[in-house]
Design a binder for this molecule. Structure first.
Ligand SMILES: [Mg+2]
Length: 370
């Protein structure tokens, strides 16, 4: 019997020892397109089961039903051993993978399941946006505790599919397993970009202007509410609950040849700007008063500067543009703000409007640590 490779939701599943019949092998199967992160999902004593638990069958059926059909890039998707993708001619492949872990990236008591699904896919799409790419297909690996209610899983999938349909991408495969502890989701997004045109973190030069899209700090400001024991409502903290990846802006900047370097703000401005500086071998200077602070809460209160500087989860784009190249004040309907410039000296300075500068150390998002 052909067991397949198990990486495409097909007929083979993996689970812990002793959970069902038809134990064929005491070793875990090699997984096609194996990713370093998958090791976490596999216990060394994992076994192969020919019969899937009903819940898993239902899950795969549901994903298959709800995922968008008729994607031009997916020749074969869920149900085969591996997905077959066709990318536009003259394009290169972008691949990104991101974990969403219970207790690390989300908390079930704070985040409704559809929000967890939405945010999980945002993380992957945002990385494709930051390269100036087009998302083509997504792959989801889920490890779920045995006792998790099917309703949680259904709503997780619904949230993810809602975002997927906005960006016209489909789930083309994945894997499921039983988690010994906590919910683990890994999203892989495959994208494409015209050959040689991917916007890297490494292209910034001294003198380049630094821009950000949208407003900053809205992604993490909701955490203040949670930690204070208050309920943060999705309508008041949209950027936290339903962040949108900036695909159209990344595409525009790449197509116009404007951005010399780009990154998405997933960890926070101080940390993500440091990534550009490090990869480009340059430093930066930003103006405190220029940083666009998000408005949150029912009253539309401006977030604290620390959220804009160090909070994560904004999924806006941070990019550099050679001096003298004009940049529109809005791209795809989103404001774009000049916040500083790159410089030769390898450190980051935060200057106020009186000209006083302080060193800005990377103190980005620390995974829900208060
Ligand atoms: Mg990124």
């Amino acid at each position: 019997m052909d067991l397949g490779t198990g990486n495409q939701w097909s007929s083979v599943s993996q689970a812990g020892l002793g959970s069902a019949n038809h134990v064929l092998d005491a070793l875990s199967v090699p997984i096609a397109g194996n990713l370093a992160g998958l090791e976490l999902l596999q216990k060394r004593d994992a076994v192969i089961l020919v019969d899937m638990p009903l819940q898993e069958k239902a899950l795969i059926a549901r994903i298959r039903r709800t995922t968008r059909q008729g994607s031009r890039s997916i020749i074969a998707g869920i149900g085969d051993d591996a997905a077959v993708l066709r990318l536009p001619p003259g394009h290169e492949v972008l691949v990104t993978t991101d974990f969403s872990l219970e207790g690390v990236h989300f908390r079930p008591e704070w985040h409704p399941p559809d929000v967890v699904g939405w945010r999980c896919l945002t993380r992957g799409l945002s990385d494709i946006a930051a390269m100036g790419g087009e998302p083509q297909a997504a792959f989801l690996s889920l490890a779920l505790p045995k006792k998790l209610a099917q309703r949680w899983v259904d709503r997780f999938i619904d949230g993810m599919m809602r975002l997927a349909s906005q960006f016209e991408i489909s789930l083309a495969g994945g894997d499921t397993a039983q988690s010994p502890d906590g919910i683990l989701a890994d999203i892989v997004v495959v994208g494409s970009v015209p050959r040689g045109k991917a916007v890297m973190r490494s292209g910034a030069k001294p003198g380049d202007r630094i821009y950000v899209t949208g407003e900053l700090g809205g992604g993490s400001a909701a955490l203040d509410e949670f930690y204070a024991g208050r309920k943060a409502m999705p309508r008041d903290f949209a950027r936290h609950f339903y962040p949108l990846p900036r695909i159209a802006i990344g595409r525009f900047l790449r197509a116009k040849g404007l951005a010399s370097a780009m990154i998405d703000l997933s960890d926070g401005l101080s940390t993500d700007l440091a990534h550009i500086c490090e990869e480009s071998g340059v430093g930066a200077e930003i103006l405190r008063e220029a940083i666009p602070l998000a408005s949150v809460g029912r009253q539309g209160t401006q977030v604290k500067l620390r959220h804009a500087l160090h909070g994560g989860d904004d999924y806006e784009l941070l990019f550099t543009v050679p001096r003298g190249k004009p940049v529109p004040s809005r791209i795809a309907g989103v404001p774009v703000t000049l916040i500083g410039h790159m410089r030769g000296r390898a450190s980051i300075v935060l200057r106020n409007d009186k000209g006083v500068g302080v060193a800005l150390k990377p103190r980005g998002w620390e995974h829900f640590k208060p």
